[in-house]
Ligand binder design. Structure first.
Ligand SMILES: O=C(O)c1ccccc1NCC(=O)[C@H](O)[C@H](O)COP(=O)(O)O
Length: 297
């Protein structure tokens, strides 16, 4: 059994327990009366061209992971998220999976109340219940992992996410998965450089996939980023946004720790690299001079 399958088995068990406490109708009702979702597409640079373009960082609250074990205790996720926002983060990712990442819906509540930027519920979505639940807890974005969903389910979950006023980060790792994400109508696509079956990280996965992403879709590079130069590398390859977890939570540890400064440095390096790159022509472009939306990275 792959790591992803194993995580999903645990997610389904935990979900059944929550569903016994709060039924489907109640969670849908709670989602319907939640405060409106923040516009994550715009926050991540969707539709932004020219001089206003800058590299957006999605900064993660992550205590532990299957690949690295314990990372940081994070007793106060709200303060960490506030520091990320002060450093210029565009959105915050909150892991809510409990068994392998030691996250919770309480973390999501605390972070959403502490910041004014969009918040991603980062979990392994395998049931519409979780999408309602995410909205009920204030999420503005949910994660849909293509490898975990068949195509009709991916299309349904994306539609439900949009119906509830949220966006989805639709995550792929291969060209075939990215094609499925785009066919489903994703407006924000993630290329996870971590293979969720083996946990190997290969930064080289991003650039060729980025070339397939139309200019009007937000492209997010995910995982394994440790330095500002790596953020710059993804920006140079066409990323609109980069999602960083471990490096940021580690930068919050110890005396003199300053995660806001790390966010600032990473984002500045990405924006400088973005400004230098010449966009490629979309493979799908039909006209000899592509329009802005026909241009890709
Ligand atoms: O982080 C893991 O080990 C992991 C294993 C299996 C499934 C998902 C996993 N991580 C979720 C993520 O997508 C990352 O938290 C996110 O991209 C940030 O990665 P990093 O900067 O490497 O912490």
């Amino acid at each position: 059994m792959s790591v992803l399958d194993d995580i999903i088995d645990g997610v389904r068990e935990d979900l059944s327990a929550r569903r016994r406490e709060i039924g489907d109708a109640a969670v849908a009702e709670a989602a319907a009366v939640a405060l409106p979702a923040r516009d994550a597409f715009a926050a991540l640079g969707g539709g932004v061209v020219g001089a206003d373009r800058r590299l957006r960082l999605i900064t993660e609250v992550k205590r532990a992971s299957p690949s690295k074990g314990d990372l940081a205790a994070i007793d106060d996720p709200a303060s960490l998220a506030a520091a990320y926002e002060a450093g210029g983060a565009a959105a915050i990712s909150v892991l809510t999976e409990q068994r392998r990442f030691r996250g919770s819906l309480a973390d999501l509540d605390a972070v959403r109340a502490a910041v004014s930027i969009p918040v991603l519920r980062k979990d392994f979505t395998v049931d519409p219940y979780q999408i309602h639940e995410a909205r009920a807890h204030g999420a503005d974005l949910v994660l849909l992992i293509v490898a975990a969903l068949d195509q009709p389910t991916l299309v349904d979950y994306l539609a439900l996410t949009h119906e509830l006023g949220m966006n989805a980060l639709v995550e792929s790792h291969t060209a075939a998965e990215l094609e499925r994400a785009l066919d489903a109508g994703a407006r924000i696509v993630g290329v996870n450089t971590r293979n969720l079956k083996t946990l190997d990280v290969d930064p080289g996965v991003f650039a060729p996939l980025a070339e397939m992403i139309p200019g009007d879709v937000v492209a997010v590079a995910e995982s394994g980023v440790v330095t500002a130069d790596e953020v710059a590398g993804y920006a140079a390859a066409g990323a609109d946004a980069v999602l960083v977890g471990e490096a940021l939570v580690r930068s919050s540890l110890g005396a003199g720790a300053d995660p806001a400064d790390t966010v600032r440095r990473f984002a500045a390096a990405g924006t400088a690299a973005q400004a230098e790159r010449v966009p490629a022509t979309a493979p799908h472009a039909t006209a000899s001079t592509p329009t802005e939306t026909e241009q890709t990275r």
